[in-house]
Ligand binder design. Sequence first.
Ligand code: TXA
Ligand code: MG
Length: 333
Amino acid sequence: MGEDAMLLNGQDPAAIARAAQALADGALVALPTETVYGLGARADSDAAVAQIFAAKGRPADHPLIVHVLDVADAERFAQDLPPVARRLMQAFWPGPLTVIVPRAAGMAAAAAGGQGSIGLRCPAHPVARALLAEARKLGVLGVAAPSANRFGRVSPTSAQHVLSEFEPGLLVLDGGDCEVGIESSIVDCSRGHPVLLRPGVLTEAEIAAVAGEPLAPRDAAAPRASGTLAAHYAPSAVVRLLAPAELQAALSKETPHALAVYSRTVAVPQGLLQRVMPRHARAAAQELFAVLRALDAQGAREIWIETPPADAAWDGVRDRLSRAAAAFSDSAS
Ligand code: TXA
Ligand code: MG
């Protein structure tokens, strides 16, 4: 890396200070979180936030998540914290949970995409926390950050993924490979009973146990969330999800050319581009997006993926895979 390299070492306090100053000045900084990398800007600046939408190619009415250091800072963005939201924050923060609450008037309106609610998340990644703490000293109370990928594409789980998505010159804080690997669970607490808008690695049962009530299913009135669009998280290759028996049958017929297979259990012919999916949901989530990107980069035209197990631990992985596959199916709308 030359002197102009925009990749900063997240372990280096001087790099954290530089990135914090950039945020305070209204510039964009890509930062690691435990889930995926985010493309951050200070949440209280409409101009800074506008750069996020422009860089991502994301419609400006799609709300962003605001990242905060703790529950006390979260409260500044909330009109009031519903008791269920507070319980969830206290139980799962810092960690891979975003809570949507009524937004305080005048706070982070552009970041919230003009909605009356706001999504708040307190990340656990030490580099994210160091950055938030430094930026806070400079008057930055929250950092709006969507996943640091172009709209509709696979979220980045390494600094290299981020560099490959954007123009040179973006400051990228390197915090290594993300541990969780898929985006946070999103629970909407802004409209009464809590609703799970996006599954992550926390299971619905774990969240419901803390909420003290079952999570209501998403309905048509649920706020728009780009991560909840049917076709999302898509690599360039066509993705097909197949049950193990279907996958085995298809493999016995197809010519194995420009095809990649991501399977836990099916015996895959030699010579075929392939990766083995971990048997544990957390491990599969951790590497999922990196695998999709790697297979893309290796020139796979189609990626055939064995459907994950049916149990709840796999909800987040199953959700991302079905969206990646929906991008190419007739049912995608
Ligand atoms: O793990 C994560 O959540 C990552 C890291 C960087 O924190 N962030 C992330 O952001 O996935 P993004 O923007 O790619 O996805 C956030 C989702 C979007 O689908 C957005 O529409 C939804 O959260 N969202 C944010 N604020 C909302 C609100 N007030 N109402 C409804 N949906 C909201
Ligand atoms: Mg995203």
